[in-house]
Design a protein around this ligand. Structure first.
Ligand SMILES: [Zn+2]
Ligand SMILES: [Zn+2]
Ligand SMILES: [Zn+2]
Length: 255
């Protein structure tokens, strides 16, 4: 069994956006409150987090998560890495260093952004990460097989991840055919879309639907949603069969 819980489903600014008075940002529907995109995958008794954005603390508190086995990072943008200082709580509770899996370029970014966590003489109480460099080849974490999927975020090569029958892809606007083969057969697909209109670095709604239909998973959930895509209700009403709008707190599972 593999379960995915959406910790956040919003684009980089989150929804509501500070100061915005639009219909989506002022909606009282809890499904329109979108924290920065992140997901927890539970597989074979392991808890693996994908991305740790600025809302990491709030997300772990809301879902009552006190332990993690690893964090996989898709890329270095702050909406996916900005919460890593709060790994301190996990270090303290589990009394261990938390493994992070990312590409070399992302590691270099973490060294810059969290320089205090990597210095020779460590200040007490700083976050403790153990970085494992990966590429687009499959790897294993304590018996859990992970298949990275190479996708492009404008020109930036970043990673999606397949664990069991669930594939999670965010911040993409291009996937090459040979990489899409790794996604084929997934029962659940998570895919990013930011809005209906074309965007330079994210799938538009119609582009995401096209990829989803090509993969043909039993269910595809859309994430990394901006306020421009509309309310959860409006978006849900315009999606084809088998494609759903995700929302914060939604949990889905498959064999
Ligand atoms: Zn993002
Ligand atoms: Zn708005
Ligand atoms: Zn990004």
């Amino acid at each position: 069994m593999t379960r995915l819980t959406f910790l956040g489903t919003g684009t980089s600014q989150g929804v509501p956006i500070i100061g915005c008075k639009c219909k989506v940002c002022t909606s009282t529907d809890l499904k329109d409150k979108r924290l920065r995109s992140s997901a927890l995958i539970e597989h074979n008794g392991k808890k693996i987090l994908i991305d740790a954005g600025p809302d990491f603390r709030q997300q772990l508190l809301r879902e009552n998560i006190g332990n993690l086995d690893a964090i996989l990072l898709t890329h270095e943008h702050k909406d996916h890495t900005g919460g890593l200082d709060d790994v301190r709580a996990i270090n303290y509770l589990q009394k261990k260093i938390l493994p992070i899996y990312c590409e070399k370029r992302v590691e270099e970014s973490l060294h810059r952004e969290y320089s205090y966590a990597f210095c020779e003489i460590k200040y007490p109480g700083i976050p403790q990460f153990n970085i494992n460099i990966i590429d687009s080849n499959p790897f294993n974490i304590d018996g859990v097989n992970i298949t990275p999927v190479r996708v492009y975020h404008r020109k930036l090569p970043i990673l999606g991840y397949r664990i069991g029958n669930i594939t999670y892809i965010t911040d993409a606007n291009k996937i090459e055919e040979h990489e899409l083969k790794k996604v084929m057969g997934s029962k659940i697909l998570v895919l990013n879309t930011i809005r209906k209109e074309k965007h330079f670095s994210h799938f538009s709604l119609s582009e995401a639907i096209e990829v989803a239909q090509k993969v043909g998973a039993d269910a595809t959930y859309l994430t990394h949603l901006s306020h421009q895509i509309g309310t959860h209700k409006d978006l849900s009403n315009c999606l084809p069969k088998g494609i759903y709008a995700s929302y914060d707190g939604l949990s889905v599972e498959t064999e």
